[in-house]
Design a binder for this molecule. Structure first.
Ligand SMILES: [Zn+2]
Length: 600
């Protein structure tokens, strides 16, 4: 069986995918459409979703079919049920994710619709309801009786606010109640029952791509990864403009990295689908690239019926072979360590927006232990001891970049020790920028694409250097401040109210931010927004264009003697300029595509 050198591919079969199998002969023919293009090494067969429970006979028969092909087989569970919608017949309560086989539009295979003609909506479980609890326990036992491994799809959460849940919650917040509840449910209704039936069963929890809302819905990343054998990461891209989730595409990379740091070596893979993404092939492929740039071990394709016999598969197969040829050159991912504690939110996905503005990040659930510059956002304020840790970091001579959101969260709690910068309740709007020059004078007038709304961060003259300012008539406002504390440097980055407004900054302002914050990583991009850089610990890096158009960037590389090799072509790039301190290379980039580079 053909395999890839650097990663694996798996395909998920939902209950509806399985129910659509008529005969194994017909299925063999249809499955060959995938095999023709992809080296599939594993499949996951779902035992339960909504009101559909698969029979042991069907599961064993399909399992045997794949095992005969040398393909590994695991189980899958989606913890949803159907509820009656009789009381509100005119309202579609199928939920924000919808259901059924309509997501893929004209390309989707027609899927069996559960309980045709009955107006019902699916819902996640109420985990204080005894009948639902018993159902989940039985599903876990049943699945473990057939498979030596299973994964929980990311409906394994609760937003139930029924009277029973209100009573059980007591004085706790919904967040704390659900975090406690799901940790208990994981042990007593999933893991323990499964292991009792099949002690060698490997149980995997998949986390969705919406990290900012985990705590509100009970996804407990602090406790659950200790209970489950493995974790798995949702790296599905969502259309930022048109989907409710509005998640930046860089999240397919950053969440994979955060999860790897949550349970090192036990983050099983990344899970992508063509649903709610931008309806463009390149964006589908990009989900796969980003998952693998983040060193995902396996890529799960959800789900069989959504992709088989569609245009998504042939280009995916073609490009994965190309990626497999070059990805082995890259080492372990590195980037600006950004502290994202468990259960944190505040400046949600900020590092994803900044990642698409050309900064490389390595999100971490613990305070980063490093001598390099780290970033602290409003999310980092979740840790009550963060200022104490920041102080120790600065005393040892390392630098920190705090965001205006962190400044706001820490004001009155001790941040005043480290900087004269203060978050105010004033706002400013500008599209004109200035960059610090010699002798406290700004030079240059740079023009952004459109107006940007900023919070006003005040500071003490000479207490901090203003490196970038937004200019107004007869006034200017700090966007990047620098001051020293102990042996380190504190940068304060003003965050626009709409984080995507970073993409309206002029090239010069973005490049200056990258130059200061990326200096310890040895490479930075001079160029427009929506170009990402993914860095590794062996002098390799990848540049990915998130743009829809061609662009040319300049890569600034520390040192005057480095050669830059385009790994895919093997060509050495001719430097535009060599100085003792740096070499500058010009790189053209194709839309929604990447280049892998090696420094020698
Ligand atoms: Zn409930």
């Amino acid at each position: 069986m053909a395999t890839y050198k650097n990663f694996d591919i798996a395909v998920y079969f939902s209950t509806r995918c399985l129910a659509s199998i008529t005969t194994l002969e017909a299925f063999e023919k249809e499955f060959s459409l995938l095999e023709k293009h992809l080296n599939i090494s594993k499949v996951y067969l779902e035992t339960h979703r909504d009101d559909m429970d698969m029979s042991a006979d069907l599961l064993r028969s399909v399992k045997g079919f794949f095992e005969n092909k040398g393909i590994k087989v695991s189980g899958g569970i989606t913890s949803t049920l159907f509820k009656s919608q009789e009381n509100k017949p005119l309202i579609d309560e199928t939920g924000i994710f919808g259901c059924g086989g309509t997501v893929m539009g004209e390309n989707a295979k027609a899927l069996p619709s559960p309980q045709k003609g009955v107006k019902k909506a699916w819902t996640t479980f109420c985990f204080t309801d005894q009948a639902s609890r018993q159902k989940l326990k039985e599903i876990s036992e049943f699945t473990a009786s057939i498979f030596d491994e299973f994964i929980l799809d990311d409906f394994y959460f609760t937003t139930c606010t029924c009277e029973s849940c209100i009573k059980e919650k007591g004085d706790r917040s919904w967040e704390q109640f659900r975090l406690d509840l799901m940790a208990e449910v994981s042990k007593s209704l999933v893991i323990d029952p499964a292991k009792k039936v099949n002690p060698k069963c490997n149980v995997i929890i998949k986390y969705p791509n919406w990290i900012e809302a985990y705590q509100e819905t009970g996804y407990n990343t602090e406790i659950e990864p200790l209970l489950f054998d493995e974790i798995y990461t949702g790296t599905e891209t969502r259309d930022t403009n048109h989907s409710i989730q509005h998640l930046p595409r860089y999240g397919s990379y950053s969440l994979m990295r955060w999860m790897e740091n949550v349970k090192p070596g036990k983050n099983g893979g990344g899970w992508i689908d063509p649903g709610q993404g931008i309806r463009n092939l390149a964006y589908y492929l990009e989900q796969a690239y980003l998952t693998y740039f983040a060193k995902g071990r396996e890529l799960m394709l959800f789900c069989y019926s959504w992709i088989v016999d569609t245009i998504f598969v042939p280009p995916l197969g073609f490009e994965l072979e190309k990626l497999d040829e070059v990805l082995g050159e890259t080492g372990n991912p590195v980037g600006i360590p950004v502290y994202e504690p468990h259960h944190a939110h505040g400046e949600d996905h900020l590092y994803d927006y900044l990642g698409m503005a050309g900064l490389a990040f390595e999100p971490q659930p613990s305070f980063p232990e490093t001598d390099s510059l780290i970033m602290l956002t409003a999310n980092s304020a979740r840790d009550e001891r963060v200022l104490e840790k920041m102080k120790a970091h600065l005393i040892k001579g390392a630098d920190v970049c705090i965001t205006s959101g962190f400044l706001e969260a820490m004001q009155g709690k001790g941040i005043e020790e480290f900087t004269s910068a203060r978050y105010t309740d004033k706002k400013a709007v500008s599209r004109d920028y200035m960059i610090s020059g010699m002798g406290s004078v700004f030079f240059g007038d740079y023009y952004g694409r459109n107006d940007v709304l900023f919070p006003v961060v005040s500071y003490s003259n000479n207490g901090a250097d203003c490196l970038i300012a937004a200019r107004k008539d007869d006034n200017n406002f700090a966007l990047l401040l620098r001051n020293h504390y102990a042996n380190g440097t504190v940068y304060t980055l003003t965050i626009p109210d709409d984080y995507a407004d970073f993409y309206k900054y002029p090239v010069e302002a973005l490049t200056t931010i990258r130059q200061y914050l990326m200096s310890s990583l040895g490479v930075y991009i001079e160029g427009v927004d929506n170009v990402g850089i993914f860095m590794y610990d062996n002098e390799t890096f990848i540049v990915e264009s998130f743009l829809d158009n061609d662009t040319i960037i300049k890569l600034h590389v520390a040192g005057g003697a480095k050669k830059l090799i385009d790994v895919r072509s093997g060509q050495e790039l001719t430097p535009l300029l060599r100085k003792e301190s740096e070499s500058i290379f010009e790189v053209p980039l194709k839309p929604v595509f990447y280049k892998v580079f090696k420094l020698v």
